[in-house]
Design a protein around this ligand. Structure first.
Ligand code: HEC
Ligand code: HEC
Length: 292
């Protein structure tokens, strides 16, 4: 009521409310106590021997019911908003109530959130309700890129359900990935190496998940140009996000053409930072969910 558009309408409501209450009070009073004097003086007509125009006063409990109702209305109007812009003694308002319940929600939930942040990962992982919450956060924040089942998609967004981690799969590394984001930087080799060399290296890379072909013509050039980041044996480097080439798990693709493309044009995958967007509770849940 406090936010009525103008004082006029507040006053209007006040007058209408009070006048109606007074009218009801007057009506009740007149029914029960106003007739008494008249009744005595009136002669009740009798239509035939038995049929008389009776006048039965309404039962008294009606009176108490109506009286109680009016007293209730008055108390209500004193305590709560109702008389125009009057806010009532309790200063109650719908908006305030919503705000209060929000505060309560925050207060009661803040504890849970704080405990979860300090909880052991294993404990969180064992809690089905928390894991379900984590998955909901994943679906809202991450599924657009990493796919609804976190199995990666479009040969651009890595699978998060396997055991292969470009940037490391320990809880600390995953947390770092989420908070700070990651920028992979695999340079384009087309201006550095001859196409023929690139073809050879690509061919060699294809043999690496089987241990690497010792006699391959691309091997020497691999060791010279690529081993610094990917390792001589292709183990990769989690600090740089350099992919492991000694397994058969590929982000962009492990066929000859795709590897060639990767070498020619380079790859610069970017994982956005979520430090600002998610709070400690949400990040902790996601780390627990991903590090299973
Ligand atoms: C400066 C470090 C660095 C060097 C040098 C480097 N790479 Fe990479 N490479 C990376 C990074 C980082 C990625 C991941 C790119 C991404 O995720 O977007 C990558 C990705 C790749 C991929 C894609 C793997 C996949 O899963 O699809 C291939 C293949 C690859 N590199 C091969 C090579 C070869 C061959 C050379 C040598 C000619 C080379 N790289 C040199 C850092 C490097
Ligand atoms: C805008 C798209 C996008 C969104 C949204 C996104 N990611 Fe990523 N994420 C990527 C890309 C691209 C990479 C690969 C970066 C690279 O090439 O190294 C990545 C990499 C990762 C990695 C590292 C994988 C590895 O092998 O080390 C993790 C973990 C990860 N994301 C988790 C998440 C989580 C959790 C969320 C939601 C909070 C999320 N991502 C949201 C695009 C996204």
């Amino acid at each position: 009521m406090a936010d009525l558009p103008s004082g006029f309408w507040a006053g209007w409501i006040l007058v209408v409310t009070l006048v109606s209450l007074a009218a009801v009070a007057w009506l009740v009073w007149s029914i029960y106590f106003g007739r008494d004097q008249q009744e005595e003086s009136e002669i009740e007509p009798v239509w035939d021997e038995t049929l008389a125009e009776g006048h039965n006063p309404p039962p008294l409990w009606w009176f108490w019911l109506l009286f109680g109702g009016m007293v209730f209305s008055l108390i209500y109007l004193i305590l709560f908003p109702g008389l125009g812009s009057n806010t009532g003694l309790l200063n109650w308002s719908q908006g305030k109530r919503v705000a209060d319940s929000y505060d309560n929600f925050e207060a009661s939930f803040a504890d849970v959130r704080a405990t979860v942040v300090d909880m052991d990962l294993l404990q969180i992982q064992g809690d089905l309700a928390l894991m379900a919450t984590a998955e909901r956060i994943y679906q809202r924040e991450c599924a657009v890129c990493h796919g609804p089942e976190a199995r990666g998609q479009a040969s651009l967004f890595p699978n998060l359900q396997d055991t292969e981690w470009q940037w490391g799969g320990s809880p600390e590394q995953i947390e770092q990935t989420l908070r700070g984001g990651r920028r992979a930087n695999m340079i384009a080799w087309q201006s550095i190496l001859d196409t023929e060399v690139i073809d050879n290296v690509a061919g060699y890379v294809m043999t690496m998940h089987e241990g690497g072909d010792e006699t391959h013509p691309g091997k020497a050039m691999y060791e010279q140009n690529c081993a610094a980041c990917h390792g001589v044996d292709g183990a990769g480097n989690e600090m740089l996000g350099a992919s492991r080439l000694s397994d058969d798990v590929w982000l962009y693709g492990g066929d000859y053409d795709t590897i060639r493309e990767t070498l020619l044009y380079g790859r610069t995958g970017q994982m956005p930072a979520f430090d600002e967007r998610l709070d400690d509770f949400q990040i902790k849940l996601l780390v627990a969910w991903l590090a299973r």
